[in-house]
Design a protein around this ligand. Structure first.
Ligand SMILES: [Zn+2]
Length: 224
């Protein structure tokens, strides 16, 4: 079912402005997807966070490196201590009456030695690259929606936190507590994962769980 939406003049002008950024958005996305930031590539994640700092500076606000606490994770069939690179955190108008939290991630599922490392255009409108949809493209959509808001008088009533984490593809175990705390003080929460292939949106996810049983190799109760 489709709904026709009548845009008000200020909404139309926001969309017209976004249209003028097309070339800039394509060039930025190309650069971001060519930057490997697999969840375990700490150097790449930090290069990518630097690129986020650069791009999101256009919004104004305060940008912080949000440290994440190390935690125990199950990787390669063993539980082990895992450290994280910092999250990107931007705080805009902390005293505004309406508070929004916007979240995303700059890690991808493609490690530094994966064969899939760079972009290509499938046609004039579709770029294919590691993390192009999930979710470096989503981060660009977030940024440009906020840049359009910053050009509108509505902005004075709206403050926001943006948290972009380096560990979403491995379960958000480092950034989870910070996401909880930000969500608790926000009126609205928004994230920028891609839609499904047919354009529909997932409204809820059950999460992810990994379990490992260790320490039963002695005493004869359980054979390795
Ligand atoms: Zn994602």
């Amino acid at each position: 079912m489709t709904h026709k939406v009548e845009l008000k003049p200020d909404e139309r002008s926001a969309l017209d402005w976004i249209e003028t950024r097309q070339d800039h958005m394509v060039a930025t996305l190309r650069d971001w997807v060519n930057t490997n930031s697999g969840s375990h590539n700490a150097d790449g994640l930090e290069v990518m966070r630097g690129k986020l700092n650069e791009a999101f500076t256009e919004l104004g606000g305060e940008i912080r490196a949000q440290e994440l606490k190390p935690t125990t994770m199950v990787e390669k069939w063993r539980s082990q201590q895992q450290g994280f690179t910092p999250s990107f955190h931007l705080i805009q108008r902390p005293d505004a009456p309406i508070r929004i939290v916007l979240t995303g991630h700059h890690d991808t599922v493609f490690p530094a030695d994966d064969s899939f490392q760079s972009w290509k255009m499938r046609d004039d409108n579709i770029m294919n690259g590691p993390g192009a949809a999930d979710m470096k493209g989503g981060l660009l959509v977030m940024l440009h929606a906020l840049l359009a808001l910053e050009r509108s008088p509505l902005k004075d009533r709206i403050g926001y936190d943006i948290l972009i984490s380096p560990d979403e593809e491995t379960g958000s175990l480092g950034s989870g507590p910070i996401l909880h705390a930000l969500g608790a003080k926000a009126d609205i929460g928004m994230t920028y994962e891609p839609a499904l292939a047919d354009g529909s949106l997932a409204g809820a996810r059950k999460g992810v769980g990994k379990l490992v049983a260790e320490g039963l190799r002695q005493g004869g109760a359980c054979r390795p």
